[in-house]
Structures are given as C-alpha cells and as structure tokens.
Design a protein around this ligand. Structure first.
Ligand SMILES: *Cc1c(COP(=O)(O)O)cnc(C)c1O
Length: 384
C-alpha cells in the first residue's frame, strides 16, 4: 500500500463489536487480567492502550520504522530519547534547532553530566571535527529551525555510525510526507505531533519512531518507567490528523513556495530562507531529500531591523501572531523574541538568527489571500 492509503488504513481497524469504521476511544485506565501474574495484551493504560497502539502502528508504517512510541508532548519524546544517555556522554547537534530542544540540551541535561555542543550540520567536514570520543548522539533537524537549513541526513548518519553514535532526526518540519530519515540511515525519528501530524492546533503530542527493535524496547522501558505517554483523546485526534497529512502537507508546500517567491521579489524583504528557492544553499540537496516539495515553513528578513519586523508581525490579519506551526491556520512569529528566545543571545547571533527575521507557518487558506495579507502588512504606512 502507498503512503496515503497506509495513513488511513494501517493500525486503524474497524471495531469488530459494532462495525464502526472509526475505532472507538477507549477511556479505561485498567484492564482485566486472566489470572494473577498472567500477562494480557493490555493491563494498565500508562503501559499501553488500544488507541495508542493503533496510532503507533500508523506512525511506524509512515516513517518506515520497526517500532513507534507516542508521548505526551514533543519535548517529552525528545527527553525520552536523551534518557538513553548517561553522565559523561556528549550530544552533537546542528545549529538551528528548535528553541525548546536547545533549552533542554543547554539548561537541563548538563545537571545530569551530559554535554552538548552545536556545530553546522550543513557542513559535513566542520560537523565531523566537532565529534568527540564521548559523542553518543548526533541530533539533526532538516529543514532547520528557524533558518530552514538543509542537512544531508545520509552523510551525517554514515559519519555518526563510523563514530559509534546514534543519529536522531527531529522530522517535525519535513514530516514523513517529504523526508523519511530512517530510510536515509537515521536510528531514531522524533516529532512534535502537535504540529503537522495533528495539523489542527488542537492536540499536544510527541512521537518517536526507531529503526531497531532493541532500541524500541529500551525506549519503551524508559517511557513506561517515567510516564510521559500521550493522552487518549490526543491519540484519537493525532490518528485522525494523519489521515489527511499527505494532502495537507502537499498543498501547504505549494502555497509556501508561491509565498517565498512573492517575498523574494518584495522590496522590503532583504532575504528569504526557503529551500525551494534556487538561491537557498541547500536547494539541490533538498530537491533530492524532500520528495520534490520543500516544506511549508519559511523565514524572511525585513528591511528596517527588529522594530520593523515586529511591526509587520502585528499587522498581518490572516497570519496570526503565535508560536507553533504545521496547522491549517497560517501563523507568523518573531524568532528572536518568541520561538528562539531561549537561545543565548550570542548563540542566536553566531548562528544567524537575526532580530529582523520573521518565520511563517503556511496553512491551508487560499494562497492568494495569504499573499494579499503579507502585501498589506509589508506596505509602508498602511493601516495598523
Ligand atoms: C514544537 C516542536 C518541538 C516540541 O514539541 P512540543 O509538542 O511543543 O513539546 C520539537 N521540535 C520541533 C521542531 C518543534 O517544532
């Protein structure tokens, strides 16, 4: 079966008791056992539920893995993966990563003796130089956040494996519609399911998909032992979201490409970061690694500095000023004060996250309306 068919049918079995085509939502927290000490398919809801198992089956199929786990949030999934490490281990991460991941890596993990450094994963030689003997985990995002940098996942996976490190790809921006990191050699894929997988700004969740059954067993043990599982209602909403993932992402990518072209030709825009534009340094790699589409996230720098960027962000009407991304509603945000405020200012500067940068998450509205909205927001002296 192909991707779209699997998104609708794998794991999502009709209810045998009633014939309902949508699996029922099981709210029970505990399950009857055949006898004391005898295992059953389900026993206690932290350890597993029919709805969570169904979602995990769908996700596993879409990412091409051999096991998946659904967490309460994307950060819980990311934290769950870092629990594989112990004191003295090192994480090497790319430079433009999610602000919350940066915060976990720099402000939480060091207390457990885990060290983290950032290096440009887009430059394989410089990235290789940043590996240390104790590097156990290589952390990648492609496209990166918020600069949409493109990393060669296959090359980084080969590098990391020669070094004996696991490769984790946060695939939230690309989604398995555009990139399937496990097929490119990654060991673990993580997602904030809150974003494209759910797709409607109404459910928090996180996902891990792995390429190896033993790794799944270890992560399952850690998740069950620490408890950050996805809630039942969220599980239902994310499963529903997945059924339209392919259609949503493809259409949102088409709109984003048009918007990127519009912005690239706008006199008040200094620079556009979108891997679909020929001018993007990762364009050629993205053409190979992203199924011919380039994602629905893009960033741009406006003339007039931080004040003008903040003015534009408050003048759009359809693009709502909010963090998060990947839903049917278009959003605009100012990374320096919002999604990437948890970066140290000098790291923001060193990695090119400038104060006049704005980031867009392109939704499913009519792209002509979205372009008109940006046009009026960028116009000089227009209504506030
Ligand atoms: C939002 C996000 C996360 C964190 O997910 P939550 O569900 O908010 O905890 C991680 N990575 C990326 C790329 C994200 O956009």
């Amino acid at each position: 079966m192909r991707f779209r068919t699997r998104a609708i049918h794998v794991g999502q079995k009709r209810d045998p008791a009633t014939g309902a085509v949508v699996p029922p939502i099981h709210v029970a927290t505990t399950y009857v056992l055949p006898a004391p000490g005898q295992a059953a398919r389900f026993d206690y809801a932290r350890s597993g539920t029919p709805n969570r198992t169904a979602l995990e089956e769908t996700l596993c199929s879409l990412e091409g893995g051999c096991g998946a786990l659904a967490y309460s949030t994307g950060m819980a999934a990311i934290h769950g993966v870092t629990m594989l490490l112990s004191s003295g281990d090192h994480i090497l991460a790319g430079c433009d990563i999610y602000g919350g991941t940066y915060r976990l890596f720099h402000k939480v993990l060091p207390a457990s003796g885990i060290r983290v450094s950032l290096a440009p994963s887009t430059d394989i030689d410089r990235f290789a130089e940043a590996l240390r003997p104790e590097t156990r985990l290589v952390w990648l995002e492609s496209p990166g956040n918020p600069l949409l940098s493109i990393t060669d996942i296959k090359a980084c996976a080969e590098l990391a494996h020669r070094h004996g490190a696991w490769v984790v790809v946060d695939n939230t921006f690309a989604t398995p519609v555009l990139t399937r990191p496990l097929e490119l050699g990654a060991d673990i894929v993580v997602h904030s399911a809150t974003k494209y997988l759910g797709g409607h700004s109404d459910a928090l969740g996180g996902v891990v998909v792995v390429s190896d059954r033993q790794l799944w067993e270890r992560l399952y043990f850690l998740q069950n032992a620490t408890g950050a599982v996805m809630g039942t209602l969220e599980t239902f909403l994310i499963s529903r979201g997945l059924k339209t993932l392919d259609l949503r992402v493809r259409e949102q990518c088409r709109s984003a490409h048009r918007i990127a072209q519009f912005l690239a030709n706008h006199p008040s825009v200094e620079r556009v970061y979108y891997p679909g534009l020929d001018s993007h340094p990762g364009h050629e790699l993205a053409s190979r690694q992203m199924s011919g589409l380039f994602g629905a996230m893009l960033s741009f720098e406006v003339t007039g500095g931080s004040a003008e960027a903040q003015r534009v962000a408050t003048r759009t009407r359809l693009f709502q000023l909010a963090v998060s991304l990947g839903a049917v509603e278009s959003l605009i945000e100012h990374p320096a004060t919002m999604s990437h405020a948890s970066y140290d200012a000098q790291d923001r500067q060193a990695h090119g996250i400038s104060d006049n940068l704005l980031r867009l998450s392109v939704g499913l509205e009519d792209p002509d309306d979205l372009i008109e909205d940006l046009e009026q927001a960028l116009a000089e002296g227009g209504p506030v």
